[in-house]
Write a protein that binds this ligand. Sequence first.
Ligand code: XMP
Length: 506
Amino acid sequence: KILILDFGSQYTQLIARRVRELNVYCEIHPFNKIPAIDASVRGVILSGSPFSVRDAQAPTPDLSAIKGKLPLLGVCYGAQFLASAFGGEVQPAPSREYGRAMLTVGDASDALMRGLPARTQVWMSHGDTITRVPDNYELIASTEDVRVAAFHVGGEQTWGIQFHPEVYHSTDGTQLLKNFVVDICGCGQSWTSEGFVEATVRELREKLGDDKVVLALSGGVDSSVAAVLLHKAIGKNLYCVFVDSGLLRKNEFGEVLESYKHMGLNVKGVNASAKFLGDLAGVTDPERKRKIIGRDFVEVFNEEAIQIKDVKWLAQGTIYPDVIESCSVNGPSATIKSHHNVGGLPEKMNLKIVEPLRLLFKDEVRRVGRSMGISEQLIGRHPFPGPGLAIRILGDITPEKVEILQNVDKIYIDSLRAAGLYDQVWQAGAVLLPVKSVGVMGDERTYESCVALRAVTSTDGMTADWVHLPYEFLANVSNDIINKVKGVNRVVYDISSKPPATIEWE
Ligand code: XMP
């Protein structure tokens, strides 16, 4: 495997994904918590950083177990650190270098540069520049503005590059990373979905033996893939619970439950809509809605779990971005998402936690799911928030409003699918506004509700842009909704990006 030491760059995860795309396994660790370097580690990559090496609080890793002993590649800050900490010099660049640059390869015979064209586009993002390298460092590439764009440390398997090979705009970045992880580090390209499934099933069998495991299915990709993987390993000892909060999309509970059963999962569907809707009656504050739903969910799930005799494990669909300890600018900090569906249960019932996807990125979860034969319908689903339609009904929630929104949402989503737009959109949904407006239908005045449609592109939900859906499409959907859904006489389209807006309205 490859270790990636994180200095807090926004691109660290991207390096890991590029390495994984080469079917090489890698892990991200904070620079000040370097794990033991055993024989499984074939090479190390140092990430970029928001810091300058000249800052007093700049991260200074202890590389004594690494540098000169196994292949090492410094990227951006990583390269600057390798230069400045070993006798070179780093200065502020005359102007901040950001964006595309043309790299001229000086030494095409260098192992890191092999197969790259003599000139290739790279992506730069740095405020400092290396002005002098230590004596035994050899320059292997430059750009017009950056003399030390890449260096190789003489007599060592150590390299530094000022540009970002992991970024899409670095045209030959993947080739460079491949040169490093495959040719230089000697990693076999064996980290495939099939390999992952095989190894994970074996490990799960060993770990779980004949123990019983309970898992909450949500209808989403992560919990579904986790369930199928566990099912492959331990079969009927996996007990799945799928809760209907009454706040899912139209017909979703029945359809998804059917597809789970079809996949052979041992799943119990629990209809708890009356409890959720009852507890939510009259509640308008978004945060209170979330709290009530979270609490109800835990209660319903716990009640089911307690009935499974001798259950020992709780399985979760946690994925890698949730567990990476990343460095924030204020020093390394753990950014671990709390999963909303487990509260209290592990302690109360003395359950151990099993998370078969904790090493995978989202796109890898999808690939693993596909390789196990999960339907494209399920794998390609848009994200859907845990609190469901409750946070898309502004103001208080009633069964009538849920029904209206479900009908609107169904028309919208079905239309996206029919127009071939569904897969181009990261997430889409409709919002029922607490607004009535005047309209006219036939000869009659109407005074009815307004819905907003939302469609965004995103990669991780942290930032998002609204999708420029075709006017024709919007016109047809709007007509359809107003004509078919009683109680709605106006449709608007949300054209806000995140930030400053969020994806959900509550
Ligand atoms: P926001 O509205 O914060 O949403 O821009 C970002 C992404 O997160 C989803 N979301 C949630 N998912 N439980 C979830 O499982 C929640 O409480 C929750 N709130 C928002 C939202 O749908 C979007 O994909």
